[in-house]
Design a protein around this ligand. Structure first.
Ligand code: TLP
Length: 349
C-alpha cells in the first residue's frame, strides 16, 4: 500500500480483495481453444449487457480499438477521428502501421464532432483520392475532460454514416461513466454503432482487460486479428474473473467518482490561477488550465508530488485529474488544500 493520492488516471486502481479472491478461485482453460469458462462467461455477459451478438476479451483498449479499425477499414483509406481523441493521439499511429490508413482529424467542441462537420470531410470512392472508410467517436471523451457525447448527435452521425455505407466505431473506454451520468443503459448509448470497445481496467477497476462488442461476424474476425497481434492468451480466466466483478458490480460505484470530480472542480474553479468550468465536469475527469498561475504543468506536477498528490499535464498549460475508487472524498479535500498551497508557493529565486 502506498499513501499517494493518485489522480493521474483511473487506470491506476488496484484490484479489490473480492477481485483477488475471484482470481484465485477462477475456473480456467485454454482461451485460444475458446475453452476458458470464465472468459466465455465474461464475453457472454458483455454481449448481453450491450444487447449485441458477441464480445471478445482483449488485453487492452488500444488493441481493441485497433482491431476494430483493421476490420472496418481498407489500406489506403481515410478514417475520420476527433482531433484530441485517444485513437488518434495515444495509440502509436497503429491505424497507419497496422491498417495502412490515414487519420483525418476534425476538431470537436468538447470532443464531439457533428455530422455537419463530418460530411464535409467524407471523401468519395473516386480513383484520385483516398476514400473514407470509417468514423470513430469517443464517449466519454478523455482529453476533453470526460465529456459525454450528445446522444442525438451520435445517433445522427451513425444514421447518416450508414446511409453513406460507412461504419462507425465507438471508443467507449469509459462508456459506463456516460451511462451512470446520463441514466441511459450502455446498450442504448451504443446501439447504433457498428462496434464498441470498452475498458474493464479504467473506472471499473479491473487490473487488466477490455472488451470488443459487436456482431458475431465482427467478433469472429476480431478473434483472428487478436491472435495476429499476439493477444491470444491461454488460462486468462484469472483476469476475466476480475473483469466479471468489474462489469457486474462496479458500474454502480462510478457515481461516487463523479461526485468527487464535481467537488474538486468546484473548489479548483474558486482558486486564483486555475481556469476550469465546473459545469463541464460531467464524469470522473477534470482538465484545467493553469497558465494564469504562471507555472507550467511540469513544475505544477512536481510541486504536487512533493506534497503527495500525483497528477500529470496533458500539455504545458493543462493538467488532468481523474477520480476513481482508490481516491476517497477525504483525499479530494486534501488535494484541494494541496493545490491551494502549491499555487501560493514562492518560486525559488
Ligand atoms: N487512456 C489512458 C492513457 O492512454 C491516456 C488514460 O490514462 O486515460 N481509449 C480511451 C478513451 C482511453 O482513455 C484509453 C486509455 C484507451 C482507449 C486505451 O486503453 P489501454 O490503456 O487499455 O490501451
Amino acid at each position: 500500500m502506498n499513501s499517494w493520492i493518485d489522480l493521474r488516471s483511473d487506470t491506476v486502481t488496484r484490484p479489490t480483495r473480492e477481485m483477488r479472491e475471484a482470481m484465485l478461485n477462477a475456473e480456467v482453460g485454454d482461451d485460444v481453444y475458446m475453452e476458458d469458462p470464465t472468459v466465455n462467461r465474461l464475453q457472454e455477459r458483455a454481449a448481453e449487457i450491450f444487447e449485441r451478438e458477441a464480445a471478445l476479451f482483449v488485453p487492452t483498449g488500444t488493441m481493441g480499438n485497433q482491431i476494430a479499425v483493421k476490420i472496418h477499414s481498407q489500406p489506403g483509406s481515410e478514417i475520420i477521428v476527433e482531433e484530441s481523441s485517444h485513437i488518434f493521439n495515444y495509440e502509436m499511429a497503429t491505424m497507419s502501421s497496422f491498417s495502412g490508413s490515414l487519420a483525418r482529424p476534425i476538431h470537436g467542441e468538447d470532443g464531439a464532432i457533428t455530422w455537419n462537420q463530418i460530411k464535409k470531410h467524407i471523401r468519395p470512392n473516386i480513383y484520385y483520392v483516398a476514400p473514407t472508410s470509417l468514423i470513430t467517436l469517443e464517449n466519454t471523451h478523455n482529453m476533453a475532460g470526460g465529456t459525454i457525447y450528445p446522444q442525438a448527435e451520435a445517433e445522427e452521425i451513425c444514421g447518416h454514416a450508414h446511409e453513406a455505407r460507412l461504419p462507425v466505431h465507438l471508443d467507449g473506454a469509459r462508456i459506463f461513466n456516460a451511462s451512470v451520468a446520463t441514466g441511459k443503459s450502455v446498450a442504448d448509448l451504443s446501439r447504433k454503432f457498428d462496434s464498441i470497445m470498452f475498458c474493464l481496467s479504467k473506472g471499473l477497476g479491473a487490473p487488466v482487460g477490455s472488451m470488443l462488442v459487436g456482431s458475431q461476424t465482427f467478433i469472429e474476425k476480431a478473434r483472428v486479428y487478436r491472435k495476429a497481434l499476439g493477444g491470444g492468451m491461454r488460462q486468462v480466466g484469472v483476469l476475466a474473473a476480475a473483469g466479471l466483478i468489474a462489469l457486474e458490480k462496479h458500474p454502480s460505484k462510478l457515481s461516487e467518482d463523479h461526485a468527487n470530480a464535481k467537488r474538486l472542480a468546484a473548489a479548483l474553479a474558486a482558486l486564483p490561477g486555475i481556469k476550469i468550468n465546473p459545469a463541464k465536469v460531467q464524469t470522473n475527469i477534470l482538465v484545467f488550465d493553469i497558465s494564469p498561475a504562471g507555472l507550467d504543468t511540469a513544475e505544477f506536477s512536481r510541486r504536487l508530488k512533493d506534497q503527495g498528490v500525483l497528477a500529470n499535464g496533458i500539455d504545458s498549460t493543462h493538467m488532468r485529474m481523474v477520480t476513481h475508487y482508490d481516491v476517497s472524498r477525504d483525499d479530494i479535500e486534501k488535494t484541494i488544500q494541496i493545490v491551494g498551497s502549491v499555487l501560493t508557493q514562492k518560486t525559488p529565486a
